[in-house]
Design a protein around this ligand. Structure first.
Ligand SMILES: O=C(O)CCC(=O)C(=O)O
Length: 254
């Protein structure tokens, strides 16, 4: 699925883009079933992380993370290898694509918590800021249930983050932008089966799920495979950052 020149231009200008209508209801139903199966499996194994990074206590509010989703269920592997998706990412990042991070982010009904303002490349540290994040909505994402918020046009500089806690205590969104000027913040409401896409320096956050329905998303983070390996790759498990298309570091071909 190629983006139009207008969509590409708007992404570069604003640092974010909403694309509706990628998956149909039938595909979404199947992915949702696999998603909840995975959440339940991780919960039974006691390895379902709560990565909420608001001021609330974790026993009050939750943002559950399916970490390295493609290593957890084959459906997630299929999604990142789908040529329709990769054609779209290629329009923004070029022909050499590597996965750098992949997570299901699940806000349960009523108690779904917050993810504070952050820039993804503060975590990834990919040279040249050559990464793009693609967030696939598995439910209609709205202001009420905790959709993504962006600051359009504010993706041109790297901002200093505060480390919120020690990562040996808790994983997830442990860096946040404190005292950020939030003027111009816009909710990225997107229908199920559509994408909210952002540049890796776009400050973004999401608020609580105040509805009685789940808010489920898949955050897929891609980097230009020609860039040198960032340090983050060293701490991820084997197979966590596959080359998806083209060449890596100018050496291998897929
Ligand atoms: O899904 C969310 O609410 C937040 C996701 C996010 O901030 C991210 O993937 O970087």
């Amino acid at each position: 699925m190629k983006l139009t020149p207008e969509q590409v231009e708007s992404f570069h200008r604003d640092g974010c883009l909403v694309v509706d209508g990628y998956l149909d209801d039938h595909e979404i139903d199947h992915i949702r079933a696999c998603y909840m199966e995975t959440v339940e499996h991780l919960s039974r194994e006691n390895i379902l992380e709560n990565v909420q990074s608001g001021e609330d206590r974790d026993d009050q509010y939750q943002v559950y993370q399916i970490r390295t989703a493609h290593l957890r269920h084959p459906i997630f592997r299929m999604i990142i290898n789908d040529s329709r998706l990769l054609d779209m990412v290629e329009c923004l990042l070029g022909p050499d694509l590597r996965l750098i991070h992949y997570q299901g982010i699940y806000k349960p009904p009523h108690t779904g918590g917050e993810v504070g303002w952050h820039q993804d490349n503060y975590y990834f540290n990919v040279a040249g800021d050559r990464t793009v994040s693609v967030w696939l909505a598995l439910d209609d994402a709205t202001v009420e249930n905790g959709c993504m918020w962006y600051l359009p046009g504010r993706h041109r500089e790297r901002l200093e983050h505060t480390q919120l806690w020690d990562t040996s205590e808790k994983k997830g969104f442990y860096f946040a932008l404190r005292d950020l000027d939030e003027s111009g913040a816009m909710p990225a409401e997107v229908g199920k089966g559509g994408f909210a896409i952002h540049h890796c320096l776009m400050p973004h956050r999401s608020l609580k799920n105040r509805t009685g329905q789940p808010r489920r998303g898949l955050a897929m983070h891609f980097m230009d495979a020609k860039m040198p390996d960032p340090d983050m790759l060293k701490i991820l498990p084997d197979g966590a950052t596959p080359l998806l298309r083209g060449r890596a570091n100018g050496l291998g071909a897929s």
